[in-house]
Each structure stands twice: as C-alpha cells, then as structure tokens.
Design a protein around this ligand. Structure first.
Ligand code: FMN
Length: 102
C-alpha cells in the first residue's frame, strides 16, 4: 500500500465482461483508500459504456477520496456513480442500496 503503482495479481478473470451493463465494485478501505488489487481489476478491462458503482466497507472511515482515486485509473467512457460506505451486518440497508442502484 506504500507503493501507489503496486498492482497485485488477480487469480481469475471475467470472461464475459461485455455482457455486463453495470459493475458493482466493493472493497474494504485500507489506509483511507482501496486495496491496490482493485486497481488491478479496473485496469484489466475496458468498461466503456458501462456504469460502475463503487462501495466500500471500513472500520469507520467513509468512502473519502477512495472512489475518485479509482475513477482516475479507469480507461474509456464510463458512467461512474458516487461511492458509498456500507458496513455489515445491516442487510436492510444493503438491499435498499442495491434496489436503488440496479
Ligand atoms: C491494512 C488495513 C488497513 C485498514 N485501514 C482502514 C482505514 O483507514 N479506515 C477504516 O475505517 N478501516 C480500515 N481498515 C478496516 C477495514 O476497512 C475493515 O476491516 C473492512 O472493511 C471490513 O470488511 P469485512 O466486513 O468484509 O470484514 C483497514 C484494514 C486493514 C486490514
């Protein structure tokens, strides 16, 4: 996390990314930002024409600048929704949020 250019490898791939219109990206906040592996994911695909909906979990911090930091690294013409913080175990809040974004 001390190296902003670090890109940890992801074991799997999404073979049919073209079939998705909306991509929800969830990540834990680490030192105020998303883990670098989330950038690995975002830089691995062309999200042009898609809507990206970020959310974070955390020990208390809000989304802060984490979602905008991620947005900067996304190639192509994407619709980037404002990120939000959703912590378990509030399943009602999670369902309400999902209904709102999908
Ligand atoms: C390396 C590391 C750094 C973290 N930094 C923060 C932080 O800056 N702010 C915060 O609120 N929580 C921080 N956390 C807590 C995680 O965000 C929290 O454990 C995670 O979102 C919980 O996810 P879970 O509900 O899937 O277990 C950090 C956790 C780790 C392991």
């Amino acid at each position: 996390m001390n190296d902003p250019s670090a890109r940890p490898e992801i074991a799997g791939t999404v073979s049919d990314m073209a079939s998705y219109d909306k991509v929800i990206i969830g990540f834990p906040i680490w030192w105020g930002v998303a883990p670098r592996i989330i950038e690995t994911f975002l830089e691995s695909y062309d999200f042009s024409g898609k809507t990206i909906i970020p959310f974070c979990t955390s020990g208390g911090s809000g989304v802060g600048r984490s979602d905008e930091d991620l947005h900067k690294n996304v190639k192509g013409d994407v619709k980037w929704e404002k990120g939000t913080q959703i912590n378990r175990p509030d399943e009602t809040a999670i369902k309400r949020w999902l209904d709102g974004v999908l």
